[in-house]
Write a protein that binds this ligand. Structure first.
Ligand code: NAP
Length: 287
């Protein structure tokens, strides 16, 4: 039976640390604040927003939701985002994407100041992540994967890491973070040949494909660590979620595995707060 890499334990330990950091900043008269930019009211966005607010409250951080109607026009929204970006009280910005189709998302993203871009929405942040410039924030999900590996003392240096998925939100940045810590990284995608064999060769397998239960028993071997980033509707249990890994098949084989739900997803809003606090410190010349 595999060890379950439970996200809550990681999140709780991080929150304890972050609460101390927030208290320290408040003693200096500074309250770190997250600005959440939301257009419309998609249920997924509202769900994540609720989690982010709860996490902020639990560690004493401030937040403000900047909410706009789904039919907001490009010019008005550009102005609104620029204003949030210039707001000195806001240290980190989360903007829900994708934006409605009539908006030019690339142009809007570029208006977020890189130093406040705590979820890597700008090309400037992505460049910093790829250049190992620690003043750039990776997206929260890849950072959550790394925080889980660190919390459970899973060595990365020199080990074979296979990342399944090459999106700019998860696959590519998590590959860069593993590489930064001296993992030997392979990135797989929809054109990869012999995918199960490539995955089977990993010491650490990160699954981020967005396909329910795609990683089966033939993708894994004993001794592996499996981090499942997927959040999919469970085809076998309507109304429930499942990962990209077929947990029932894979768990009995591997050494350690994150559950879904209760794994990576439980850590992401804490990472959002961690990166906002870091941004706040940098903006105040304290880091
Ligand atoms: P995405 O943008 O759709 O990217 C999926 C990647 O998987 C692509 O690179 C794609 O390859 C690859 N892929 C798709 N089908 C494949 C197949 N049959 N064989 C091999 N590779 C395949 O998805 P994403 O945004 O990275 O998200 C991935 C998963 O993570 C989703 O389930 C999403 O819901 C979840 N997620 C979770 C969190 C969290 O907090 N836990 C946050 C973000 C995302 P190509 O590039 O060749 O098309």
């Amino acid at each position: 039976m595999a060890e379950r890499l439970v996200g809550k334990a990681v999140a709780d330990a991080m929150k304890e640390e972050l609460a101390k950091k927030v208290a320290g900043l408040k003693e200096k008269g500074i309250t770190p604040k997250l600005g959440i930019i939301r257009v419309g009211a998609r249920p997924d966005d509202l769900y994540y927003e609720g989690g982010a607010k709860k996490t902020c409250e639990s560690i004493g951080m401030a937040y403000e939701v900047f909410e706009y109607p789904a039919d907001i026009q490009q010019g008005d929204f550009e102005q609104a985002v620029a204003e949030v970006g210039a707001n000195k009280d806001v240290h980190g910005i989360l903007m829900f994407a994708p934006l409605p189709k009539h908006l030019d998302e690339r142009k809007i993203r570029a208006l977020i100041p890189v130093e406040k871009d705590v979820d890597c929405l700008t090309l400037g942040s992505a460049a910093k992540v790829f250049a190992d410039d620690l003043t750039g924030f990776p997206p929260c999900t890849p950072t959550a994967c790394m925080d889980i590996l660190h919390y459970y003392n899973i060595p990365i240096k020199g080990r074979k890491c296979v990342v399944l998925g090459r999106s700019l939100v998860v696959g590519k940045p998590v590959a860069m973070l593993l590489l930064r810590e001296h993992g030997t990284v392979t990135i797989c995608h929809s054109r990869t040949e012999n995918l199960p064999d490539v995955c089977k060769d990993a010491d650490i397998l990160i699954a981020a494909v967005g396909r329910a239960k795609m990683v089966k028993a033939n993708f894994v071997k004993p001794g592996q660590v499996v981090i499942d980033v997927g959040i999919n509707e469970d085809p076998d249990n309507p109304g429930k979620y499942c990962g990209d890994v077929d947990y029932a098949e894979v768990e009995p084989i591997v050494e350690k595995i994150t559950p879904v739900p209760g794994g990576v997803g439980s850590v992401t809003t804490v990472v959002l707060c961690k990166q906002t606090i870091m941004a706040c410190k940098m903006q105040n010349g304290l880091a």
